[in-house]
Design a protein around this ligand. Structure first.
Ligand SMILES: [Ca+2]
Length: 285
């Protein structure tokens, strides 16, 4: 539903990174700036007055594969808030990124993405820019490479094969993130626009695309306050659109490995399947 209504959007010219920001690139940023990501800071009790004390420690959201089939209506069956999980320790304190230099950086909250972009002298894309880039000229096609999910049996992206969330058959070779550039690029030469990790955009999320008025007016952009989750009226955390799907996207659950697909991500929430890709707008200076 949130991909509706299908509509025309236009973008100015821009350059976009060939692949998502890697752990190696993010390390360079942290080394240069001593930046501490949101997941590495203890949450401020004033911002989360109802949080139980054990939740007020540095932590991030990690996918934990259940041992057997679970109720798909309850995402706590596979999501865990893990103390000590952050970009240096994607599954928790006991593991590291030592052998993952070329993997996309994950556990990046929106302000982390923004801080990295500022340092790199680039910008986060808006949703239309991201989607234009992902389509690679295949306007209206289901996938970033055409109409077939795996043409001639070839996997085109790191997604989930098998029955999510308990059975990962890994026909594409990867259980979690893959190093960037392992799958064929799209027609614009961009790697992993689909799958591997979700990527932040600057658009505030709404459950429908904004519609142009009948009489030739401009599309009214979604405001920050409109992006709150209506199912959690007491929690007013704005949400941005993330795009591209991830290694967790499966046919039996979300099928979000398509350029049109989108998801809401609260700006304060980092997770093991959300990363960054940046653009440069030539006239923005
Ligand atoms: Ca996979």
């Amino acid at each position: 539903m949130d991909e509706q209504p299908v509509h025309r959007a236009s973008v100015e010219g821009f350059w976009i990174d060939k692949h998502a920001v890697t752990n190696e690139q993010f390390s360079n940023f942290v080394e240069a700036t001593n930046y501490v990501t949101v997941a590495e800071r203890p949450p401020n009790i004033e911002e989360y007055p109802d949080a139980p004390p054990e939740m007020l420690q540095p932590a991030s959201v990690v996918f934990v594969k259940p041992a057997q089939r679970v109720d798909l209506r309850n995402h706590y069956n596979w999501w865990a808030y893990v103390a000590g999980a952050n970009w240096r320790h994607p599954e928790g304190p006991e593991n590291s990124i030592v052998d993952r230099a070329k993997h996309p950086v994950v556990h990046i909250a929106y302000e982390d993405a923004q801080a990295y972009a500022d340092w790199a002298g680039k910008e986060l894309p808006n949703e239309a820019e991201w989607e234009f880039a992902a389509r690679g000229g295949f306007d209206g096609a289901t996938y970033a490479w055409g109409e077939e999910f795996s043409p001639n049996g070839r996997y085109m992206a790191n997604t989930w094969q098998g029955e999510f969330p308990w059975q990962n058959l890994m026909f594409d070779g990867y259980e979690r993130t893959a190093p960037v550039g392992q799958f064929p690029p799209n027609a614009y030469g961009l790697f992993d626009m689909i799958g591997n990790v979700w990527e932040w955009t600057t658009d505030w999320y709404s459950e429908r695309h904004p519609i142009k008025s009948c009489c030739g007016g401009n599309v009214k952009p979604i405001e920050r306050e409109q992006s709150y989750d209506p199912q959690m009226p007491n929690i007013k955390i704005p949400r941005k659109v993330i795009k591209g799907g991830s290694f967790l996207c499966a046919p039996n659950y979300c099928r979000r490995y398509r350029p049109a697909a989108r998801m809401a991500q609260p700006i304060d929430t980092s997770a093991c399947h959300v990363g960054i890709r940046l653009i440069i707008r030539p006239h923005s200076n």
